[in-house]
Design a protein around this ligand. Structure first.
Ligand SMILES: *[C@@H]1O[C@H](CO)[C@@H](O)[C@H](O)[C@H]1NC(C)=O
Ligand SMILES: *[C@@H]1O[C@H](CO)[C@@H](O)[C@H](O)[C@H]1NC(C)=O
Ligand SMILES: *[C@@H]1O[C@H](CO)[C@@H](O)[C@H](O)[C@H]1NC(C)=O
Ligand SMILES: *[C@@H]1O[C@H](CO)[C@@H](O)[C@H](O)[C@H]1NC(C)=O
Length: 460
């Protein structure tokens, strides 16, 4: 019992002793410390030796890419390390304490800012100002800060949703120029603690250094900037399921417009409904696209071409319907229709035009007696010639039957032309739809178009 108490007492005392030693050490370190003066190696001239600051990041997560505002939100552990000769001590004089933590408000810290900051609340403030520093007895200061960075990222939307983006995190000191501070990227495992994002494939993250010119009060001075380029590629599956597949299906559904029987009178209704539904999808797609007029995204081009195709299909269907419901009082089928549509076009689209619809019409006229057509023709022409002389009830009826048969004949010819034209338009539409799908998928970077090259300079 007594031994336990003794041990506990000793532990408490030694803890207090350590605590006391640490306080003494911190007080001693900060006694003559001036936090406005940047640390330089001992005995070197202040003007000639820049303070070397190592910077490194660990990318933890890509939270969000705000496409509308073109802002990338990332979670990053930002680490900065430098050497401060004023914060050195002899371990053996201070109970073996080899590390203390200090507040960034008490000692000098680099005023590193994110230059392409898009966070309205933190503009111009050094990042991670609230996290403590770790100082070793040798004078090495390490400052690790978990931060949420909102950085502006100019998106290249030409190939949306098959796009890849290069977003930058550009760090630089706000006040120190290249002669007073040297910011240097440290080689570390950037993606060690990375959590995969559902929307983006992370291809690579790499640092670039650059000297950027900045205007000071008296003269222009260059300063070191470290830019981390985040190369990300959009995961397409979501967009394929929700935006591309519906558009492809809708464009194939428009084939209904050409295959519905014209008598049903539903063609235009179906066509307009399809057009409206596509426009709804188009509006949905536009919420994923930045509002820029610089380039039309791939998906926008595809939707636009599909909408144009469906509109053309509607106009052409209108034409077909006009042919189909041609008013017989207007007259016979003009020769150009007979020559071009029933002749060439029918041959091109392989529509079998009944060989001589004239013969069948006259067959109907005579009560469908096809085999004696030759004799009947002469007899009917004879009858026709005799008609005016004997205007009896029978001839009147015969005349009406004749006229009706002729009208039916004309109507049938118009409808035949309508069917030929319909098939032509159907084929044209199908070709256009397939071509536009191919056009889209051939335009995807990496198929025919080269993928964009990663930037090699830190400047935009
Ligand atoms: C710094 O300079 C002083 C004299 O000016 C000298 O005694 C001392 O050894 C020098 N220290 C170093 C680290 O060079
Ligand atoms: C900074 O990095 C260099 C190597 O890149 C290293 O030699 C130096 O010790 C580092 N400085 C600090 C303070 O960590
Ligand atoms: C630290 O202090 C001990 C004893 O006070 C001394 O022997 C040692 O040389 C000192 N170390 C340094 C690096 O000054
Ligand atoms: C970060 O990754 C390293 C190595 O994979 C692991 O040891 C460490 O625990 C991770 N840290 C966190 C906070 O997840």
């Amino acid at each position: 019992m007594g031994v336990v108490l003794l041990v506990l007492l000793a532990a408490a005392l030694s803890g207090q002793v350590i605590c006391f030693h640490e306080r003494e050490l911190v007080e001693k370190l900060l006694q003559n410390y001036h936090k406005g003066l940047r640390p330089i190696p001992a005995n070197s001239s202040r003007a000639k030796s820049p303070t070397l600051v190592n910077i490194s990041i660990k990318l933890v997560q890509i939270f969000e890419m705000d496409v509308k505002k073109q802002v990338l939100i990332t979670s990053v552990w930002l680490k900065q390390a430098w050497f401060d000769p004023a914060l050195r001590w002899n371990e053996s004089n201070h109970a073996g304490i080899d590390e203390v933590s200090l507040s960034p408000l008490e000692v000098w810290v680099p005023d590193t800012v994110l230059l392409n900051n898009a966070d309205t609340s933190g503009m111009g403030k050094p990042v991670g100002m609230n996290n403590p520093l770790l100082v070793t007895s040798y004078g090495t200061v390490r400052w690790l800060a978990p931060v949420i960075l909102k950085s502006s990222c100019k998106l290249d939307v030409r190939y949306f949703p098959f796009d890849e983006q290069f977003c930058r995190l550009k760090f630089a000191s706000w006040t120190y120029g290249s002669s007073t501070m040297h910011l240097k990227p440290e080689e570390t495992e950037i993606l060690q603690n990375y959590t995969e994002s559902g929307e983006w494939n992370l291809e690579r993250v790499y640092p670039l250094t650059s000297l950027s010119k900045s205007t000071r009060i008296r003269h222009t001075e260059s300063k070191f900037a470290v830019t981390y380029v985040i190369h990300i590629r959009r995961k397409v599956f979501y967009y394929f399921v929700y935006l591309i597949a519906p558009c492809i299906l809708t464009s194939f559904m428009t084939l209904i417009v050409f295959t519905l029987p014209p008598e049903s009178g539903e063609r235009m209704v179906v066509g307009v409904t399809i057009l409206l539904s596509l426009i709804v999808f188009f509006l949905l797609a536009s919420t994923h696209i930045p509002e820029t007029s610089e380039a039309v995204p791939l998906i926008g081009r595809y939707y636009a071409s599909t909408i144009i195709e469906i509109t053309c299909a509607l106009v052409l269907t209108c034409w077909v319907l006009r042919f189909h419901h041609y008013n017989t009082s207007v007259g016979k089928v003009p020769t150009w229709v007979r020559v071009y549509i029933l002749g060439y076009v029918a041959k091109v689209v392989r529509y079998k035009v009944p060989d001589q619809n004239r013969a069948t019409a006259e067959g109907i006229e005579e009560g469908g007696d096809g085999d004696t057509a030759g004799n009947d023709t002469t007899e009917s022409s004879l009858a026709r010639r005799r008609l005016p002389k004997e205007p009896s009830g029978i001839t009147m009826m015969a005349k009406r039957v004749l006229r009706k048969a002729e009208e039916e004949n004309t109507q049938e010819e118009w409808q035949l032309a309508a069917r030929v034209v319909n098939r032509l338009f159907l084929i044209c539409y199908l070709v256009a739809v397939v071509l536009s799908i191919f056009g889209v998928f051939l335009d995807v970077p990496g198929v025919l178009v080269a993928r964009p090259l990663p930037p090699t300079t830190g400047d935009d």
